[in-house]
Design a protein around this ligand. Structure first.
Ligand code: NAP
Length: 344
């Protein structure tokens, strides 16, 4: 009888690829990538200081000696890591020992983050990339493959959100082009708005997953975590199309869990309710609306990015190696709230 050997998670060992070996082998395949690839050390490709990040503050407790609770020796791609939930995820994964690559559209914000991470002793590189553009996604994955020697353990792929296009100060031109009223009753959606929202939110994540398949498989221990939303579970006012895109990602999470299990790639998703980030600061600056949000949330507060990143990290750890195909809400209880009056 033939026996299938499932690869075991990488454990921290002297033979694990260290940041130092990763960066000393770094080659950039195309000269065009030079302008896009950013590393923590802006001038030369010197090794990141240590494989184990320093324990600098109470924010990062650092990797433990127990390999089940460590990401040491693992490689990760986190899209959109310069602000909000993505930023917290980069720090969480790097704090647990992973070597991380991230991307965003704004090069100066990326440079600031990379400098901060370098000061913290984290092994993080970055690229300027608009993941809503197909060719840039392909370039990004080419860079990731090159930086990580063709092996990727972790893909944290955030759904693009129209809200982020609307609220980011650098996206003004785009705001004007697409219009700002994407939150609207479904009967009012034009065909163009519908297809733009579907392709912006869903296609980019779908395509990045396709591109990441080979490096995830090559790593022998792969994990995908999608950032979905409670709108994929419950109905929110004027968010029917938005919710449909998140629902599509939720189903993709389950399908990939089955389709790629043979390659030892797990697939899970986290689904936040309101988390305190730049994406939602504008809508939450309305005090009345904020009160409504609190009244629907059993824990009566907003979530913090670190309350999402901790779950993402857990889903990537060897400790969660039997969890796949799950979508977990991080929502202060909002999605299970039937009827609990605020003043009871
Ligand atoms: N915050 C919430 O309340 C909440 C609730 C439910 C779900 N979520 C989900 O969580 C995810 C992250 O949201 P967030 O609140 O952390 O957002 P955020 O604070 O606006 O941060 C978004 C990050 O993604 C980058 N980004 C945005 N568009 C990009 C693009 N086209 N290409 C590359 N990078 C891009 C941004 O950098 P650049 O602008 O420089 O590109 C930034 O680093 C989203 O998928 C969102 O749907 C958030």
């Amino acid at each position: 009888m033939s026996q299938t050997l499932i690869p075991t998670p990488p454990t921290p060992s002297p033979s694990s690829p260290s940041s130092s070996s990763l960066f000393s082998n770094l080659t950039i395949p195309h000269s065009s990538l030079h302008s896009k690839l950013r590393i923590s050390q802006p001038t030369r490709l010197r090794p990141i200081r240590s494989q184990q990040p320093r324990l600098l503050s109470s924010r990062n407790s650092g990797p433990t000696d127990n390999p089940r609770w460590s990401l040491s020796g693992m490689t990760a791609l986190v899209t959109g890591g310069t602000r909000g939930i993505g930023h917290a995820i980069v720090e969480e994964l790097a704090g647990l020992g992973a070597t991380v690559h991230t991307c965003c559209r704004n090069s100066s914000e990326l440079d600031v983050c990379l400098r901060e991470w370098d000061n913290l002793g984290f092994g993080v590189t970055g690229s300027v990339c608009d993941v809503s553009v197909r060719v840039q996604r392909e370039e990004l994955m080419g860079t990731v493959s090159s930086v990580f020697d063709g092996k990727l353990n972790i893909l944290v792929s955030k759904l693009l959100d129209f809200l982020s296009l609307y609220t980011h100060k650098h996206a003004c031109e785009r705001i004007n082009n697409v219009g700002t009223n994407i939150r609207k009753p479904m009967v009012d959606f034009t065909a163009d708005e519908f297809s733009t929202l579907m392709s912006t939110n869903f296609e980019s994540v779908f395509h990045i997953s396709q591109l990441a398949y080979q490096p995830l498989k090559a790593s022998g221990f792969g994990s995908i975590v999608f950032t979905s939303s409670v709108t994929g579970f419950v109905s929110l006012k004027s968010m029917s199309v938005h919710g449909a895109t998140k629902g599509a990602i939720n189903q993709l999470t389950k399908s990939l869990a089955c389709e790629w299990a043979k390659d030892n790639i797990r697939s899970n998703a986290v689904a936040p309710w309101y988390i305190r980030t730049s994406m939602v600061e504008q809508v939450l600056s309305n005090k009345e609306y904020l009160e409504e949000v609190y009244s629907r949330t059993p824990l009566r507060r907003l979530g913090e990015p670190k309350e999402v990143s901790s779950l993402v990290a857990f889903l990537c750890l060897p400790a969660s190696s039997y969890i796949t195909g799950q979508i977990i809400c991080v929502d202060g209880g909002m999605s299970v709230n039937g009827f609990y009056p605020r003043h009871d």
